[in-house]
Design a protein around this ligand. Sequence first.
Ligand code: ATP
Length: 141
Amino acid sequence: MALPKHLRLEFVTPERAIAHEEVDELQLPGEEGYFGVLPGHAPLLAALRTGEMWYRRGQDVQYAFVDGGFAEVLPDRVSIMAQVAERAEDIDIQRAEAAKRRAEDALSKPSLADAEAERTRIAMLRAITRLNVARRSRRQL
Ligand code: ATP
């Protein structure tokens, strides 16, 4: 059987649709590390972690922030159901910078309880990842 030439990307969160389009290639932040998908990939179900994703059609590369959820990979289709995600251009940089500052301030307090420190480190990771995604996309322009 001939290999499919493209992938149909269906990318949603419970709140919104992020992307519905044909792509040539994409990369996702899996629980076990970043992985790439090309047309014809073996079927796979992967849990997603906080990270950056991108998808490419021709020369056009789009970036997005992903935080948890699942991806189902089929030879001609990838369905992403992320818990939280934003397209790079929808990321509010000031909000992410404020979240990063709040996390830095909280972590600088020696009295921070372990559970709170862990939550704060996760919030910091979300903020830094959002900033990286937003900057990566703006560098492309
Ligand atoms: P904050 O502390 O700024 O609320 P957060 O990491 O706690 O950030 P989340 O719980 O991950 O926020 O997301 C809550 C909602 O807000 C989601 O709909 C998410 O898409 C949106 N969101 C959070 N931060 C940003 C941002 N910097 N730009 C755009 N949307 C954001």
